[in-house]
Ligand binder design. Structure first.
Ligand code: FES
Ligand SMILES: [Fe+2]
Length: 381
């Protein structure tokens, strides 16, 4: 084992918090037409708003004119972001197009905030974080046509903070077979596909598990009662990146053969902390009079209701993980066991998400500072 675990390998060193990939720091409901949403993402202070067409726009919070925070006192006018300091207006491309007190708009051409690349899908807002914010190095899987065809409308909730947590800890758990017993009290009945890189580039595993209700509860009574609710399920899980994992769970016939999709989203908020959120969807299978009646009377389908139930269960199921992640330390020379899962292969796979200029020894787990976001025009210096 010692020869496999060569601590001089870069991928075994402390990983960066500010990895390069797609991340989802916001839900769709967090960005309301006519309002500005301030948020922190990868240590950057950002603002989000909807332009005149309703498209989500994400810009650096600080104005390229003289650095005012456009989320503090700024407002949205005609789908443009108006800075409170000198009244300059920025459109959906981040271009300054108008100034309340500017006579010739042509003088504004050099004032632009380079927008972040954004996709809104699955009730969530995804942002590309990479070398070039305008050119994602990888596609976002969820925008593939028909990705959600046959599934209920994806639902999400506010999620939960993980402070402190390294961005790579949550996804590393997915290949960490033993933790499913120890932390979640799930039983791994068999492994159909051991965790490994799949042809689509994800890191994937297929396992047959048994879930027991209330297994993580601190109360003995809840744990005892929970034993009455056990459910076998097929668990197909793929890590797409440090901030995204996609799971498909198929329950047994006693649970109605339900199929559940969960997207697990992890986002660094700063150098030490993360946030985790789940998106849930249920395969549409209820037809007939009762289902139609529910849709008509309640405005939601049985699948919508089940998706919300599974979302609550999945969010709660991070209780044990949170305890481990927020107190864990990254070891560059851990002592794995054959039963752990392919931790070394996984860390090697993860290295593709490291910023190319990240120096693990120098930064010791910290992020490389982002390059300057914009420079002042020559006339302003
Ligand atoms: S600092 Fe924003 S308009 Fe001047
Ligand atoms: Fe876990």
């Amino acid at each position: 084992m010692a020869s496999v675990l060569n601590a001089t390998k870069r991928y075994m060193r402390p990983p960066p918090q500010y990895a390069h990939d797609w991340f989802s720091p916001l839900r769709s409901v967090d960005v309301i037409a006519g309002q500005i949403t301030k948020f922190t993402f990868m240590g950057n202070e950002l603002v989000a708003f909807r332009d005149a067409s309703g498209k989500v726009v994400v810009l650096d919070a600080h104005c390229p004119h003289f650095g005012a925070h456009r989320g503090v006192g700024g407002r949205i006018e005609d789908g443009c972001l108006r800075c409170p300091f000198h009244g300059l207006h920025f459109d959906g491309e981040g271009q300054c197009v108008k100034g309340d007190f500017v006579s010739d708009p042509r003088s504004l051409r050099h004032i632009k905030s380079q927008p972040w690349t954004v996709h809104e899908v699955a009730s969530s807002i995804f942002i590309w974080h990479g070398v070039d914010r305008a050119r994602p190095a990888r596609p976002l899987r969820f925008i593939e046509p028909d990705f959600f065809a046959g599934w209920s409308t994806p639902v999400t909730n506010a999620g939960r903070p993980l402070a402190p947590t390294n961005i790579f800890f949550p996804t590393e758990n997915i290949i960490d077979i033993q933790h499913f017993y120890a932390v979640h009290n799930w039983t791994v009945n068999s492994i159909e596909q051991h965790p490994a890189e799949a042809p689509d580039g994800s890191f994937r595993a297929i396992m047959h598990m048994t879930f027991r209700g209330g297994a993580q509860s601190p109360y003995a009574l809840v744990r005892r009662l929970g034993k009455a609710y056990t459910s076998a399920f097929d668990f197909n899980i793929a890590v797409l990146g440090p901030g995204m994992a996609l799971s498909r769970a198929k329950l047994g016939p006693d649970q109605g053969d339900l199929e559940l999709m969960s997207i697990i989203l992890i986002t660094p908020t700063n150098l030490t902390d993360c946030h985790i959120r789940v998106v849930s969807s249920v395969k549409q299978r209820f037809e007939g009079r009762l289902a139609k009646l529910a849709r008509r009377v309640l405005g939601v389908s049985p699948e919508d209701i089940l998706a919300r139930v599974f979302l609550a269960i999945a969010t709660k199921d991070f209780d044990g993980d949170e305890m481990i992640w927020t107190n864990r330390r990254h070891l560059q020379n851990p002592k794995p066991l054959p039963d752990d899962g392919p931790i070394v292969a996984y860390r090697k796979w993860c290295e593709r998400f490291w910023p190319p200029d990240y120096l693990p020894d120098l930064h010791a787990g910290q992020a490389v500072a982002d390059p300057p976001e914009y420079s002042l025009p020559a006339s302003a210096s």
